[in-house]
Design a protein around this ligand. Sequence first.
Ligand code: NAD
Length: 454
Amino acid sequence: MIKAISEVDRVVTPSYQQDRSKAPKAPSSLLSDASKRLEKALKYVTISPDAIARLRYPKASLNVSIPVRMDDGSLRVFSGYRVRYDDTRGPGKGGVRYHPNVTLDEVQSLAFWMTFKCALLDLPFGGAKGGVTVNPKELSKHELERLSRGYINEIADFIGPDVDILAPDVYTNSTIMGWMMDRYSTIKRQVCRGVVTGKPLTLGGSQGRDAATAMGAFNVIETILPKFDLNPAETTVAVQGFGNAGATLAELLFKAGYKVVAVSDSKGGIYASQGLDIPSIKQHKNNSRQIKAVYCQDSVCNIVEHQVISNQELLTLDVDVLIPAALENQITSANAADIKAKYIFEVANGPINSDADNILIEKGVYVFPDILVNAGGVTVSYFEWVQNRNGWYWMLEEVNQRLKAKITTEAEKTWNIAQGLGVDLRTAAYIHGLNRLGEALDAKGTRDYYVSDV
Ligand code: NAD
């Protein structure tokens, strides 16, 4: 399906231009920046204009108000969103984010990325995403539960195991997924495990889901770095974001012998040129909610030599591998020229904006894109959904083997497309996903099909 660069150009047709006048308002900021990646990839694929027209806009966006009774008796109303970007290849699939900066634009962008991620990994899902504008750290556990159940009350008609399936994202976790599945089941008057993934094991979760995003990223790193003759002991790594994905990946890398020299969370970071003891830092963070450069023996932790650094300083450290694993838009035109890492593996969604992409490409930095690197999470979510439907649960080894097989296959394919066409890895990943999406969209009928006599 991939065309040579010179053959390309057939992107916008008169029929699409006519449709455009009736189309929803052009996507704004973050989503429009995200769609620039699509435009770049379009030059290399044979895909019907109808399919392209469909992929430029989210299929459905829901904006809800969630009233929550607070512990002091007052009522607060939170804004919530659920966006199904495209469901041609299967039900929508995507996480739910709790963060004070959540907006419809952000959720639409995240749903866009999910669409391409699921296609890239060849999962039978479309792309979706949800979010609530809230600082969950300000809520008690009871308030958080009422908010999570309230969110499901408002979006229940918009989701379902065969319609749109939720999962964890920033500041949501397995407990919250359990509440959401439970509330949806109550509304539907039947147990509906498949409506949410990332649930606690005892409520139908999958082995390996907690570590899946990190495990997938680890498999991609281990597939790619040997191509550059890099071995773990000589490879220095900095990880921004020490949450579910970042901390677990830092630990996997540490255990595999990589030298993780810097980590950070929302409050800032730590750096030690000799390398950090990641399991000790994780243990300390679990107990104190703070990142400290420590070395622990059993429950006794001692501070080791280190520097305190800001998140901005972490991004520009002189390391081999940089792993943004926090939020989007961390590397922009303001700091891209200062990046010294040669390899960036995007664990967060959208940590590099499109302007920064171009600067990094010019500098010769290899950027392995989010839709490939962090796809381990949705892959094991898919396994969880399959297990829920079959009522037959897999062992951890089986989950990890299947994940490794799937993600390394797609990493190799993406690498080969990049090499074959001489494009950057992000464009290669979009080309790969776009080909699969285009095939599915075209299977429903194209202009050529309807106007031909045959
Ligand atoms: P999380 O809530 O567990 O952790 C987020 C981490 O980022 C925390 O350590 C937080 O302190 C830190 N952080 C927040 N703001 C920051 C800032 N401004 N600078 C530096 N650090 C900051 O979330 P997570 O699940 O680990 O998700 C992290 C990223 O990975 C997100 O972009 C998410 O969309 C992406 N992702 C997660 C999964 C998953 O399964 N968890 C799957 C795919 C993608």
